[in-house]
Design a protein around this ligand. Structure first.
Ligand SMILES: Cc1ncc(COP(=O)(O)O)c(C=O)c1O
Length: 497
């Protein structure tokens, strides 16, 4: 119920205070019992330690003499971090309570200086852009390999990295390993290229905390000579939301340098439940990781097999990988990228039908695909429900009315790389003004503008808005593609004055 509380809030509608809209929404979601194919990996607590689950409020403590401090650990947190490093095979590891987001920013602060050039793939997460703004490093953007069949972007070709390093002499290469969709580039080939050019390799491995624990998963970056790797424990393993890790190679980054960066980024009141969930996730993986991941892979393979048998449905698989050195070298099979163009459905629409009609919640719906994240928390019953839903949706005459997004427009997004005029940091902190989007051609943009799909920014702070980019963005907006920007309708945009 919405109340108008009178003169003090005359122009504001205030929700009735007896209600708790967010809490109610969460309770409703939980009570609907959706089959969970989204993060976090514990899937509603299924894979969490029972005592931990029951006592989550009791262990919401603070930095006490008994409990240690995250910023300068010397007791149980220090011990837990040593065990993490040992389990993942890193020389040093740090617990993060603000997700891989904090890890990416700290990684930038610890390794990059104002003016340093760094090669980055254009489908990088926004925390990488935050790292650039905070450090003043200068990106050399690289287009990832585009997959027209599934309507998504993969990684970088090693040859392309080699050529760009030769041209730019950049100090670092910052890659995704893997992408949101589980695909990886040829990490060892890129590492060899980095070594040849004396560049350090930074890895946003948000979706890879499980790679080290099973030989059938792609190679683990933290065991492959990367200088630093971030991983979101919460996305895939038994960590509470925001639980993440940062691993470093002590030969390339000094422990104190990374601690100094983390001390500026992480809260002084870390959630002990989050940190305990990391400790427990480490115990679970170190003691039973291979068996657990073996079961998870077997479940994912069953799901893949049964979904792929449905006419019109295709699964992105390892068989689609392109070979040595290529931007799509291997795949994490636990990520189910379900291609649905063959049943005439749009990904966003399919996601909503799966939720409303079938009680199945995917992670996301893209142009021609739905992404399901299957983890150690999923069960055979979840997979049965997912498969039954797709069988039904694939039937002729099911509810397929969809606003189809135009996949060709998403592909266009990759062809355009606007000119970088000033570093993102300078654009972000410059005097800015908000102007009509139609009047912004030729101006330097002061914000990130990203259409979803494909989730790849078309404009980054410091880039000049040109006619091609402006018309594509307008076409995407007209096609009802959601756009992340200060004005999602794109009537206006923030530019440097
Ligand atoms: C590739 C990538 N990097 C970093 C992040 C940030 O991770 P977190 O949500 O743990 O902060 C995400 C989150 O979706 C991501 O997909």
């Amino acid at each position: 119920m919405i109340n108008n509380l009178g003169p003090a809030s005359a122009r504001r509608l205030v929700p009735a205070h007896a209600e708790a809209p967010l809490f109610d929404c969460l309770r409703d979601f939980v009570e609907r019992g959706q089959a969970p194919f989204f993060s976090p990996g514990h899937k509603g607590g299924r894979s969490l330690d029972p005592w931990f689950r029951e006592n989550i409020a009791a262990i919401d403590l603070n930095n006490l003499p008994d409990t240690d401090t995250l910023h300068c650990p010397s007791g149980p947190i220090a011990e837990a971090e040593q065990l993490i490093a040992d389990a993942w095979g890193a020389s040093e590891s740090f617990m993060l309570v603000q997700g891989s987001t904090a890890g990416n920013i700290a990684m930038a602060l610890a390794t990059l200086k104002p003016g340093d050039k760094v090669l980055i793939q254009r489908n990088a997460h926004k925390s990488v852009i935050s790292g650039l703004i905070q450090t003043g490093a200068v990106p050399v953007w690289m287009q990832p390999h585009w997959d027209p069949d599934f309507g998504l972007a993969h990684g970088l070709d090693a040859l392309q990295v080699d050529k760009t390093l030769t041209e730019t002499r950049a100090k670092a290469v910052w890659i995704l390993h893997p992408t949101y969709y589980g695909s990886v580039s040829d990490l060892l080939a890129i590492k060899a290229v980095c070594d040849k050019h004396d560049a350090i390799l930074l890895v946003d491995g948000a979706h890879s905390p499980h790679f080290a624990f099973h030989p059938d998963l792609p190679i683990a970056a933290e065991r492959s000579g990367a200088a630093a790797v971030v991983q979101s424990v919460h996305k895939i393993l038994s960590g509470l939301s925001q639980a993440a890790l940062l691993h470093i190679d002590g030969k390339r980054i000094e422990t104190g340098t990374m601690r100094r960066a983390l001390q500026l980024i992480q809260t002084t009141s870390p959630h002990f439940g989050i940190m305990a969930s990391i400790d427990l996730a480490r115990r679970q993986m170190a003691t039973e990781g291979e068996a657990i991941m073996g079961r998870t892979l077997a479940l994912a393979r069953r799901a893949r097999h049964e979904l792929a048998a449905i006419p019109g449905i295709r699964l992105l698989g390892r068989e689609h990988a392109l070979g040595a050195g290529r931007g799509f070298f291997d795949l994490d099979e636990t990520k189910l990228v379900i291609g649905i163009s063959g049943i005439g459905m749009d990904g966003r629409h399919a996601q909503s039908v799966l939720n409303r009609v079938y009680g199945v919640q995917p992670e996301l719906g893209g142009t021609d695909h739905v992404l399901c994240i299957l983890t150690l928390g999923n069960t055979d019953e979840d997979v049965d429900r997912l498969v039954a839903a797709f069988k039904d949706m694939a039937q002729e005459g099911s509810d397929r009315r969809a606003v189809r997004t135009d996949g060709r427009l998403a592909v266009e997004a990759l062809r355009l790389l606007p000119e970088l005029v000033i570093p993102p940091r300078d654009a972000f902190f410059a005097e800015e003004e908000t102007v009509a989007f139609d009047d912004a051609i030729g101006r330097i943009v002061a914000e990130v503008v990203t259409p979803y799909p494909p989730g790849i920014p078309l404009l980054m702070p410091g880039e000049r808005i040109n006619t091609d980019v402006a018309s594509l963005l307008k076409a995407l907006a007209r096609a009802d593609t959601p756009i992340s920007a200060s004005d999602p309708q794109l009537d206006t945009v923030k530019v440097v004055k």
